[in-house]
Design a binder for this molecule. Sequence first.
Ligand code: S3P
Length: 170
Amino acid sequence: MIGFMGCGKSTLGRSLSSSLKLTFIDLDSFLEEKYFRTIPQIFAEEGEDAFRRKERNVLEEVSAFDNVVVATGGGAPCFFDNMELMNTAGFCIFLDVNIDSLISRLENAKTERPLIKGKSPEEMRVFIEGLMQKRRPFYEKAHYILKGDEIHPEDVIQLVKDEMPDHTAN
Ligand code: S3P
């Protein structure tokens, strides 16, 4: 599951994995456990480049797993050849939630996100619109795209059952 911060990757990934009886992996949590630090700590202490290298490392590790549903961080598809790695390792679904919904979710979110921390609603809109424009070409390399104001677990489950029947026959 890929897409911008706040699009619902982790929530939808969790529902999908429980419906398909697969293991769910949140790449950000996996990274934090492996490096014994939170993402805000890594950004603050080592900077974004170091975070991206760690993100790439965990992505390579997770790409070798079978029978898992993975939700990546919003930036993961947009660095190195991560998108190619993901597309080769599995099926990528881009959750394409519109900007207004992303902003309202991010404003109400409890998770600390270093890239948007401390931004006013106006700054956040400008930032998200600009970043989405840069990231969209990467996201759009996904095998499947689900679009909406809100994407529901049933939408994702249906897509996977329709498009990947060989992988959901359990
Ligand atoms: C990031 C998104 C975050 C996390 C990090 C950077 C990004 O994950 O990986 O703060 O670059 O968009 P979520 O998309 O789960 O918020």
